[in-house]
Design a protein. Structure first.
Length: 224
């Protein structure tokens, strides 16, 4: 199998975008619609959690309709079988909530994977298994200060802060060194379960504008 999105290309793209969207809901069709709406509002990377009913069907639908330059992956990918199922559905990257056998399997196949970790040992082990980046989860336990403390001994690990990150807190994680933030409930609300997409689109635009503004600021500030 030759992956269509390599780990290096995904990592570069996420560094530039600074945002990953996370859809989790009770309706696969609604999740697909919410994912596409987020892409239309500026999100380039969207994962659909496998805990969502008919998640693989939703991934197929999003992959078929995604705007150019947008990519769909799967969350809660835990096993080698999950990796095979997601790849078969057209998923372009994998995400885990924790250390799992899916990390080694994705790495073996050359498929990008964002591996969940919380502690220093877990973060190191995730990268040792072949993770593309570490999803710091749940980031809200320690906040930006904890992320900064993790980065001090591991400056080479790319961290994505996920879990409880809202519009008012995203910049704090970027300032602490996160290459991106992952947004679930604070972005989608109940859209993945059939809720109104209009407020979700408004939040998506706000997050996209925040990331763009931070990127402009970072481009003119001295390298830290």
């Amino acid at each position: 199998m030759t992956p269509e999105l390599t780990p290096g290309v995904l990592l570069d793209g996420i560094r530039e975008a600074r945002l990953v969207a996370i859809v989790r809901g009770t309706d696969g069709g609604a999740a697909a619609n919410a994912a596409l709406a987020a892409m239309e509002e500026g999100f380039r990377y969207v994962e659909i959690a496998l805990t969502t009913p008919d998640a693989l069907t939703a991934i197929r639908a999003v992959r078929a309709a995604a705007p150019a330059g947008c990519f769909v992956g799967a969350g809660t990918v835990l096993t080698a079988a999950d990796v095979a199922d997601v790849a078969g559905a057209g998923g372009q990257f994998m995400v885990t909530p924790s250390l799992a056998s899916s990390i080694q399997e994705s790495a073996r196949l050359g498929i990008p994977i964002l591996a969940g970790a919380l502690t220093p040992s877990e973060a190191y082990e995730a990268m040792n298994r072949g993770a593309t980046a570490v999803k710091l989860f749940p980031a809200s336990i320690g906040g930006p200060g904890y992320l900064k403390a993790l980065r001090d001994p591991f400056p080479g690990i790319p961290f994505i802060a996920v879990g409880g990150v809202g519009l008012d807190g995203a910049a704090g994680y970027w300032d602490a060194g996160a290459i991106a933030v992952g947004l679930g409930g604070p972005l989608f609300g109940d859209a993945g379960s059939g809720g109104d997409l209009t407020p979700m689109r408004e939040r998506a635009r706000a997050f996209s504008e925040l990331a763009a503004g931070f990127g402009r600021r970072a481009a003119v500030e001295p390298q830290r």
